[in-house]
Design a protein around this ligand. Structure first.
Ligand code: ZN
Length: 251
């Protein structure tokens, strides 16, 4: 429900009801409503991540925290107000919805761990040497590698499965995330092998899938992880990771 409300309400509209905002580039700025200030507008609203941040008092959050802080509401009250505004009917969560949410959260967690593993291999592991050379030859600087969280899957059958297994992830969960394939005999193997990997992020910066380009010979040249459950809500895309250091690679 919270996601649904966030998708329907633009944070810029909500904040604009309270303070005047001015568009600067892709974002909006205004005087912070949470600390006294009249000189420099330090309050920035980011439409893409549906969030805000004040560079002076450091307050940050989303439409819910904004309304709660601004009007001194409890979360439940803010939820009711924003649900009404979004035209979303509130109802008790069913057991099935709770289960689906838990599954989705777990798959996102598995994806995030996989992205960390692959990124480490590309940046720092001896196993990623050939991939690093390929990336450099393609003119992709460290900057791009970091901002897009590029990674490398080594030419092994269970590198990712072993890494995630050590961190308590069941092979069936890796398969559910689209990152492993089940054999007829019941075993599993890594979907991505010897590939340069491009994590696909949703609008909130969460990894919802991967695209992989084969480095050696063979086919297919490009391989994507399958659409997994309903992880890919919104418009997934290759995006800079929020909070990544450099702005240079951003459009
Ligand atoms: Zn402030």
């Amino acid at each position: 429900m919270i996601e649904q409300i966030k998708e329907r309400l633009a944070i810029v509209d909500l904040v604009s009801d309270h303070i005047p905002l001015r568009k600067v580039g892709r974002n909006f700025v205004g005087f912070c409503p949470f600390h006294p200030n009249t000189r420099t507008p330090a309050f920035t609203v980011f439409p893409e991540t549906q969030s805000y941040h004040c560079f002076s008092c450091k307050k940050s959050g989303d439409i819910f925290t904004f309304l709660m802080e601004r009007e001194g509401l409890e979360f439940g009250e803010a939820l009711e107000r924003l649900a009404a505004r979004a035209g979303v009917t509130l109802h008790e969560r069913t057991e099935r919805e709770e289960r689906e949410d838990a599954t989705r959260a777990r798959l996102l967690e598995v994806n995030a761990m996989a992205a960390t593993f692959y990124a480490h291999l590309l940046r720092a592991s001896p196993r990623g040497e050939a991939a690093r050379l390929y990336v450099a030859a393609r003119g992709l600087g460290e900057n791009i590698v970091e901002v897009f969280q590029l990674g490398y899957a080594p030419p092994e059958w269970s590198a990712l499965l072993a890494y995630l297994g050590e961190r308590g992830v069941d092979p069936a969960e890796v398969e559910a995330a689209g990152l492993a394939i089940r054999r007829d005999d019941g075993g599993y193997y890594d979907r991505f092998r010897d590939r340069l990997l491009f994590p696909i992020h949703d609008s909130r910066g969460r990894v919802v899938g991967f695209g992989g380009r084969l480095l050696g010979d063979g086919h297919p040249k490009y391989l994507n992880s399958p659409q997994t459950s309903d992880l890919r809500q919104g418009q997934p895309a290759l995006r800079p990771v929020p909070g990544a250091r450099s702005d240079q690679a951003r459009r």
